[in-house]
Write a protein that binds this ligand. Structure first.
Ligand code: NDP
Length: 285
């Protein structure tokens, strides 16, 4: 069996078309959605992510503002900029690209962003709202995964879902969203005793580990939906996921590729949150 490929580029293109239409409608009524992005330091991967986010905004008719700071910038300067952007009614989303340099208190920076503009969904209040099923900005990567599952009509109610990874930005919110959708969710991590036991019984397997080609075909239940969140750079410069695509595709029922899978969906959901924030602001105006 060869798995169906869940094409993140194609799904993103469709959703971004819909978002561009919504952004144009809001702009015509006087509220152009606007995302402010803050980048601290010269990490090349972060610079690429920011560039892609800004380009995604432009294509969708979303205004973007980019603020770049040197590696040794004082945290107070960045906090000051966040306060300024919080108070600016023309800005609907604020994103601080992670990771921040070591002398920053990452949690304090994320908490400084207004909950109404936290389009990454990392603020503790948004996380709490999400866990209680209240209206919240949902973190972009797991939200994108949910859209991908929806696009192939994956049955979620009663499904066995296994998430490998328990980070705040991927694993934990992924588990919350799958639980809310009715799946029975197991969260695995570096301390999990028998990982294969869990992965082999998953109807839906999400890998968010940060280790190239870690999940091999023998760990996958035949017919399972395999979602590869990982983005790893190999010594030859090529990108690969946390799943060994070659062996897993022969066992899985559906699988996301890397690149061209979850990655583009993450940016799409960021644009979606920004447009949603703008439309909430327009309703309040
Ligand atoms: P983290 O490093 O924060 O978390 C990795 C998780 O994997 C941890 O919970 C860790 O367990 C677990 N883990 C590590 N080794 C093992 C193991 N041997 N067995 C089982 N679990 C293990 O990573 P992120 O969640 O931030 O990112 C994960 C991957 O997703 C990375 O490749 C990252 O680049 C990618 N990513 C992709 C995005 C996209 O847009 N596609 C967006 C964000 C991330 P423990 O908690 O015990 O340490």
């Amino acid at each position: 069996m060869t798995a169906r490929i869940i094409d993140g580029n194609a799904l993103s293109a469709k959703l971004r078309g819909e978002l561009a239409a919504k952004a144009a409608e809001l702009t015509a009524k006087g509220t152009q959605p606007c995302l402010a992005v803050i980048l601290v330091g010269g990490d090349p991967a972060s610079a690429v992510y920011v560039r892609n986010k800004v380009a995604g905004c432009e294509k969708a008719g979303i205004r973007s503002l980019k603020f770049e700071y040197a590696q040794d910038t004082a945290p107070a300067d960045v906090l000051g900029k966040i306060a300024e952007l919080n108070a600016d009614p023309s800005v609907h989303g604020i994103l601080v690209q992670l990771p921040l340099p070591k002398h920053f208190d990452e949690k304090a920076v994320l908490e400084a962003i207004s909950v109404e503009k936290d389009v990454d969904g990392f603020h503790a209040e948004n996380v709490g709202r999400l866990s209680q099923g209240q209206e919240a900005f949902i973190p972009c990567t797991p939200n994108g995964v949910m859209e991908m599952l929806k696009s192939i009509e994956t049955p979620l109610r009663g499904a066995e879902a296994v998430v490998i990874g328990r980070s705040n930005i991927v694993g934990k919110p992924m588990a919350m969203l799958l639980t809310a959708a009715g799946a029975t969710v197991t969260v695995c991590h570096s301390g999990t005793r028998d990982l294969n036991f869990h992965t082999r019984r998953a109807d839906i397997l999400v890998a968010a580990i940060g280790k190239p080609k870690f999940v091999t075909g023998d760990m996958v239940r035949p017919g399972a939906v395999v979602i590869d969140v990982g983005i790893n750079r190999l010594p030859d410069g090529k990108l690969c996921g946390d799943v060994d695509f070659e062996s897993a595709k022969d066992v899985a029922g559906a699988i996301t590729p890397v690149p061209g899978g979850v990655g583009p969906m993450t940016i799409t959901m960021l644009l979606a949150n920004t447009v949603e924030s703008a439309s909430r602001a327009a309703r309040k105006a």
